[in-house]
Design a protein around this ligand. Structure first.
Ligand code: FAD
Length: 414
């Protein structure tokens, strides 16, 4: 079976590795960028996706690069702690959660693809522009190159997917919720446990902060990834949707000037950053199907979601594992794509919708609504039971409830 993969991001590379692991070795990955560059800032890989990467033999490489996140804590904009929970191994999962530089994660996946599938299987500078299927075969054309043929085509080509647009030409651009995100990394000192991820504020004026580098940790330092999110005025234009679009330090510091906490000085952290990237918070509505005969979608092409609950990359990795498994086990490619659609589309649609309601971060909005000036007794504002249910419900929706994940059988075909 020859598999054509359009897009060599985290989803496309994870698919290449998953297909190889499932015994499907005839895979060609076409990536539009001229080279696979280690771009971006921090990203979280949750235990359900770390499980898949572990089964693909990548646990050691992840552990050597990223931070095994041990705690997640939510704070009000006054720096008052609302909720904290252990994460990864500390929470009883059989697999860790990793906070890691997106570029390093992509590098780990890319090197494994080159080693296992072969260097000639990743075609950079190849932008998919047309494709089709006839007589049980698929064909794909990349700009400036002649047509290639295969048995199945998977669109792993991100939020502006050409494959998705071909099937849904009237869908239009992604939906913006009016929030601008600024992302950067700052070299600094460890805060709290040194492996804590914090969120402070509320939806629309929120800071997300976590360390991402094992190399820094070993020197007693922290490479701190942060995302500052701000709801724009209704008449303000959407920022450019380009991962390399940058912003000025002053415009980012100003809305967060009061976020000086005893454990972290947010304005100082922002001022200490290198390049600050600016991106709109966008998603798309869930689709009624991802099954188009021998063509399907994966990752952000299939289910772009707000970066709430740290799920985007993790869900792409799980998609890859499920699709590879179905392609290996089902009697036909069409049946495999239908089975993949049935398993993954409703599951990820639920996360897209949950993230529009702030997902697990809703606890911060509740405190902002009920106690905007701060609190002396948190239990008078929100009960521990309510907070626990918000956290647990999201884990069930996103597929990383610890008991369920620990007990479910492996997705490996072997
Ligand atoms: C440059 C970049 C930087 C990012 N930085 C961050 C970050 O800092 N933090 C974070 O949380 N998330 C970041 N993301 C998004 C995050 O990686 C994804 O949300 C998630 O990992 C899902 O991965 P994906 O492979 O489905 O999509 P993506 O990561 O978007 O990968 C899609 C890939 O397809 C390629 N592509 C697009 N169109 C075509 C085409 N027509 N033909 C062939 N190839 C095509 C793209 O160049 C890209 O490599 C970034 C994405 C990119 C592309």
């Amino acid at each position: 079976m020859k598999c054509i993969v359009a897009g060599g991001g985290i989803g496309g590379m994870a698919l290449g590795l998953s297909l190889h692991d499932a015994g499907l070795r005839d895979v060609e990955i076409y990536e539009s960028a001229p080279a696979v560059k280690e771009l971006g800032v921090g990203i979280n890989i949750l235990p359900h996706a770390v499980r898949e990467l572990t089964e693909l033999g990548l646990a050691e490489a992840l552990g050597a690069a990223g931070i095994p996140t041990a705690e997640l804590a939510y704070y009000s904009r006054h720096g008052q702690r609302i909720w904290a929970e252990p994460r990864g191994l500390a929470a009883g999962y059989r697999w860790p959660q990793f906070s890691i530089h997106r570029g390093q994660l992509l590098g780990i996946l890319h090197r494994a693809v080159l080693a296992r599938l072969g260097a000639g299987r990743v075609h950079t500078g190849h932008q998919l522009v047309h494709f089709g299927q006839e007589q049980g075969r698929v064909w794909a054309e990349c700009a400036g190159y002649s047509r290639v043929e295969g048995d199945v085509l998977v669109g792993c080509d991100g939020i502006h997917s050409c494959v998705r647009r071909t099937f849904h030409p009237k869908e239009g651009p992604p939906k913006w919720n009016g929030i601008t995100m600024w992302r950067a990394v700052t070299a600094g000192k460890p805060f709290l446990t040194g492996r804590t991820m914090i969120m402070a504020g509320h939806f629309g004026r929120r800071m997300v902060v976590y360390p991402i580098s094992k190399a820094h940790e070993e020197k007693g330092l922290a490479l701190i990834n942060w995302v500052a999110e701000l709801k724009n005025a209704p008449d303000q234009a959407m920022p450019v949707q380009n991962w390399e679009h940058t912003a000025r330090v002053d415009e980012v510091v100003e809305p967060f000037a009061s976020y000086v906490f005893d454990f972290l000085d947010v304005p100082a952290m922002i001022r200490g950053a290198g390049t600050i990237y600016q991106y709109p918070m966008v998603d798309r509505d869930p689709l009624p199907t991802w099954s188009f005969g021998r063509v399907t979608l994966l990752g952000d092409a299939a289910h772009p979601m707000f970066p709430v609950g740290s799920n985007g990359a993790s869900q792409a990795i799980i998609d890859a594992r499920v699709l590879a498994r179905e392609l290996a086990l089902q009697p036909s490619i069409e049946a495999a794509i239908d089975a993949y659609d049935a398993a993954r589309r409703p599951a990820t649609a639920a996360i897209v919708l949950a993230n529009r309601q702030a997902g697990p971060e809703r606890c911060m909005d509740i405190v902002e609504e009920r106690a905007p000036d701060g609190f002396s007794d948190l239990t008078a504002v929100v009960s521990q039971e309510e907070l626990l249910e918000i956290s647990s419900a999201y884990k069930r929706t996103a597929g990383f409830d610890p008991a369920i994940l620990n007990a479910r059988p492996s997705l490996s075909v072997r």
